[in-house]
Design a protein around this ligand. Structure first.
Ligand code: AMP
Ligand code: MN
Ligand code: MN
Length: 331
């Protein structure tokens, strides 16, 4: 996909100035939202509220949000399902590597602001603030708020913190930059209670998710002499554990910890409404030497070098065999 005609990169100051002048905005994030997506959209909505700007937030899909994130403010205000008409509102897309990620191909927004940290983002907006070096989209948003002196309080800060703490794997992944720590320190100074966030996000796991995690370990396959670890969660696994689709967030982090694993994969089976099998595949590169976004692109997916995903239309065994070939070709 190419960028929008006349679109260009914009500075945090320019984006901040634009936010101050808005009357109405439509905010959108990617489907199957994670902590960064939900943290970004809610933080941006709260900032708009403080500025007196009318806002609508949109999250594609109808599946419930991951349970560890349901305590975030304003989630009940978010529109689900189909993208609302933008009308005269400025569209802000957050944490979306492409328009397809929020179901917005052919969207008719008069002005489009693209804030993201995916390296494969093709700068599809009129204003693009895309920084692949940023740990999270909330970190970029934090930069905008600080650069343009926009409202920032403990509630907004908590949402921003959720994005950075989840996307950095609790400040452990390779995207944990000094700036990510500086942002966290700034947010703590504002009154963000990091232990409280930890309690909500990491010590509030539904027992069905614990059981799903156990299934993920039980179903583990070590391929390519243990360099590729694949776990499959079947429709039956979800049914028998009572887990919802959103319960898989973070499950792959257990798989990636296994010694010798260079690529970890979590394969979620799904039956589409028409009854054809579909796999949602999450990939992680542990040492960063195999670019998993490159593998994900093979099937029209995307992501980062070390964390990517795609949807495979076909049967599970075929999907795993093809994945194994793609990883083997890149060793
Ligand atoms: P996940 O495995 O869902 O946690 O996603 C890891 C990374 O890959 C995130 O940056 C996602 O935005 C990206 N990603 C996941 N699925 C897709 C997809 N189908 N298309 C493009 N990017 C994806
Ligand atoms: Mn995300
Ligand atoms: Mn992100």
């Amino acid at each position: 996909m190419t960028g929008r005609a006349g679109g260009r990169r914009a500075t945090p100051q320019e984006i901040g100035a634009r936010m101050k002048g808005e009357r109405r905005v439509l905010l959108a994030v990617h489907e199957n939202p994670d902590g960064d997506a939900l943290g970004s959209i809610v933080a941006a909505g709260l900032v708009m509220e403080q500025l007196g700007v009318a806002w609508t937030g949109f999250v594609p899909g109808r599946e419930p949000f991951p349970p560890e994130l349901t305590w975030l403010p304003r989630l009940g205000d978010l529109v689900r399902g189909e993208l609302p008409e933008a009308g005269d509102a400025t569209l802000y897309t957050l944490d979306c590597a492409s328009a397809a990620r929020f179901g917005g191909e052919g969207v008719g927004a008069q002005f489009w602001v693209n804030i993201d940290h995916h390296p494969d983002n093709p700068l599809y907006g009129d204003f693009n603030l895309v920084d692949a070096g940023a740990s999270s989209t909330t970190q970029i948003l934090h930069g905008v708020l600080r650069a343009a002196d926009l409202p920032l309080n403990a509630e907004i800060g908590t949402c921003l913190y959720v994005g950075v703490v989840t996307d950095t794997g609790r400040f452990q992944f390779s995207n944990t930059t000094p700036q990510a720590h500086r942002m966290a320190a700034d947010l703590q100074d504002l009154g963000v209670d990091v232990h409280e966030v930890y309690r909500h996000v990491y010590e509030n796991v539904p027992i069905a998710k614990v059981r799903l995690n156990r299934r993920a370990f039980e179903n583990l396959r070590l391929l390519l002499d243990g360099r590729l670890a694949v776990s499959v969660l079947s429709v039956k696994d979800f049914r028998e554990t009572g887990a919802e689709p959103g319960y898989t967030e973070g499950v792959i982090d257990g798989i990636r910890t296994i010694a010798g694993v260079r690529v970890a994969a979590l394969v979620r089976e799904r039956l589409t409404p028409t009854g054809t099998p579909e796999l949602r595949v999450s990939l992680r590169s542990t040492d960063g030497k195999i670019d998993v976004s490159d593998i994900a692109h093979t099937w029209g997916g995307g992501g980062h070098v070390r964390a990517a995903g795609y949807t495979f239309h076909g049967r599970t065994e075929e999907g795993i065999a093809q994945l194994e070939r793609e990883v083997a070709a890149r060793q």
